[in-house]
Design a protein around this ligand. Sequence first.
Ligand code: COI
Length: 347
Amino acid sequence: MLLDDDASSDDEYADLDWDNLGFSIKPADYMYTMKCSKHENFKQGQLSRYANIELSPSAAVLNYGQGVYEGTKAYRTEDGRILLFRPDLNASRMKIGAERMCMPSPSVDQFVDAVKQIALANKRWVPPPGKGTLYIRPLLIGSGPVLGLGPAPEYTFLAYASPVGNYFKEGSAPLNLYIEEEFVRAAPGGAGGVKAMSNYAPVLKALIRAKSRGFSDVLYLDSVNRKNVEEVSSCNIFVVKGNVISTPATNGTILEGITRRSVIEIARDYGYQVEERVIPVDELINADQVFCTGTAVVVAPVGSITYQNKRVEFKTGSRSVYQELYSTLVGIQTGVIEDKKGWTVEV
Ligand code: COI
C-alpha cells in the first residue's frame, strides 16, 4: 500500500468525540480510486488523501445517474483486530448492479482489496469497541462525458470511509414507521433490486415529509397493487408471527441486503422458520414483532407502524426476536462470538 504522505500519524485514534458519532460524514484520511475506460477492465487503483474529485460537467453520473454504490463496515475487536463483514457479497452485488447499469465493475478480489486498504489506511478512524464502526462507501460511477443518452466512455471506482454510530437519531430505541401511500420506491422491471444511486433521491420527498411528522422512516408498498410490503427507504423489513419470520422476497424491486441475508441464516440456525415471500400489509399490521435490517441500520426494532392514519404498536425490548438476532450478528461482526461461518475478514 502506497500512502502519499503521513496523514495517518502515530496516534492510535483520530481526534473525535467517539461517544456521539451519529451517522454524518466525518471523512477518514484516505480514499481509494481506480479508473477504466468503457472497453477495459479495472486494473490498478491507489490510495490518496480524501479530497474533492474532478468531474466533467457532462459526466454520465451527473447527467443520467449512471452509478451504483455499496455500504460496508470495519469493526474493531476488543483485542485490537480490524474485521470486515462479508465484503465479497458487496463486491458481487456491485457487479450485478454494474451490469444492470451498463458499467464495467471491479473484480471481487479488486473490490475486497480496495476495502481492506481503506480500512487499514484509516485504522485510527475505526471507533473503539462498542462506540461504532468505520462505514466504508464504495462508489462506481460513469465518470466520462456524454451528451446523448448512452453509457459513459470512462468509469471510476472510488471508496471513502467515515466513522459512524447509530443510523437513526432514535439511537437503538424502536422505530416509528410510516406507510407511504402516494409514492412508490420501485417498480417491476426497474432497478429497485440493485443499489443504483438513482433509487435513493426519489424517496427523499416521502422521507422528509414523514420525518417532519415525527416518523423515523418510510415503508413502501408494491407499485402494482399498493397492498404488499416492499422495503424501507434505508433498509429491509422483517415480520415475526410466532416461530415464523417473514420478509419480502427479492423479486427485482427489493434490495438484496447483506444484513438481510445474514439475519435469515442466523434465524434459521436458531430454529425459526424463515419465509421469503409476498407480505400483504394486513399481515404486517397483525404481526407480533417487526424489525428492520441493513448495513447502516444493523438490526433495528420497529415500535409502531402508521397506515391510513391508524397507528399499530409492536412488542420490542430485550426478550424480542430482533434482540436475539442483533446480538448474534453484532457478536460475530465484532469478534465477540466465534465466527464459525467464515463471514469476517481480518485486515
Ligand atoms: C447502507 O445500509 O449501507 C445503505 O447504503 C443505506 C443508506 C441509506 C445509508
